[in-house]
Design a protein around this ligand. Sequence first.
Ligand code: NDP
Length: 345
Amino acid sequence: SKVLVTGANGYIAAWVVRTLLEKGYAVRGTVRSEAKGTHLKKIFADYKDKFETVVVEDITKEGAFNQAIKGVNAIAHTASPFHFKADDPQELIGPAVNGTLSVLKSALNNSAIRRIVITSSTAAIISMLPDRKVFSEVDWNDQAIEEVKTQGKNASQASKYRASKTLAEKAAWDFYKVSNTNRSWDLVVLNPPYVFGPLIHDISSPSALGTSAGDWYNSVVRPDMGGKTIEAITTVGGGWVDVRDIALAHVLALQKQEAGGERLLISKGEFVYQDFIDVANALSPSPIPSHTDLPKGSPGAGKEFVPKIVYDPSKASRILGPELVYHTIEETTKDTLADFERRGW
Ligand code: NDP
C-alpha cells in the first residue's frame, strides 16, 4: 500500500520515508517546492518505482492535499513549523492548525484511506509546574495556549511553539470526533519529546540543523558555538528519543489496529546534555577522531539532576508492541557523532 508523508524533506520525515520504503510500502512525499525533493530522490534512488514527491506549496490552503492524497491508503502528517524565532505566535499556529485540518479535510470521503498518523509532540502534553510530575497521554498543555492568549507576541518562544502543537492536536481530535460518519480512516497521534540522532535529510552545515539536532550539536559538540554554559548543560534537559525510533513508531502506528483513536507518548527517557557529553567522551574508539576537543562539561553532574518533567511511555510500548526497541544513549551518541564526522563537522 501507499503512504503520503507530508513535509517529507524534514529531519523526522526523511527517516519515516526511509523506514516505510524499507518495509515495502510505496511512499509519496509532499514538499514545498520541486527543489526540496531533489535530495530525497537521490537518497531513495534504489526505490525509484516506490518513491515519488509531489509539491504542495501552501499546506494551509483549503483543498491543498486533494490531489496529493489520490491513491494513498494512509497518511503520516509531519509538516509543521518547529523553531523558536516567531514574532507573532500565528506564524507557528497558522500552519500547524490549518495544515493539520487541511490534511484531514482532504481525506474525508476517500474510502481508500484507512489511517492517518499525526506527529504531535510532548509540547502538547507538558506544563511547567512547581513540583515533579509524571506526564502521560491524559495530560494537555493548556498552559501554553493560555500564555499565548494573554501575552501574544510577548509569550516565550517555547510557549508559542508548544501552543501551536497543542492547538493543532486538539483541532485534529475535534475534527476526528465530528467527522465520524464520512471517513474510512482512524487517527493516531504520536507525542515525542526532543528527537536526536543521525540525519539523512538535506542539511549542508551545522548552522542549518533543525531545532532539536541543532541544540544537541550546540551542546554536545560545540557548546562554545551554542553559547551553552555549564549550568545549561547540567540543568536544562527534557525527554528524548532517537529519530529512527520515532520513525519506526510512525510505521507501527500505521500498522497496529489497536493504535486507532489513540494518543501515544514515545520517549526513551529524561536527559540533561551532560549525560550525552559523558557518553561521548567515554566512547572508544571515538567516532570523531578528527575532534580532539570534545567538551567535558562537568562530568557526572547529570546523575545528580532530578528532572521535574518525567514521561510515562508505557502505553506506546503496549500498543506498538515489542518491535519498538529504543536506541540507547550510547548508540544514539555514537551514530550521531559518526554522522557529523563523515560530514566534516
Ligand atoms: P524539520 O524542520 O526538519 O521539518 C519540518 C517539516 O515541516 C519540513 O518539511 C518543513 O518544510 C515543513 N514545514 C514547516 N513549516 C511549514 C509550513 N509553514 N508549511 C508547510 N510545511 C512546513 O522538523 P522536524 O523533523 O524536527 O519536525 C517534524 C515534526 O515533528 C513537526 O511536526 C514537529 O513539531 C514534530 N516534532 C519534532 C520534534 C523534534 O525534536 N525534532 C519533537 C517533537 C515533535 P520546509 O523544509 O519547506 O520548511
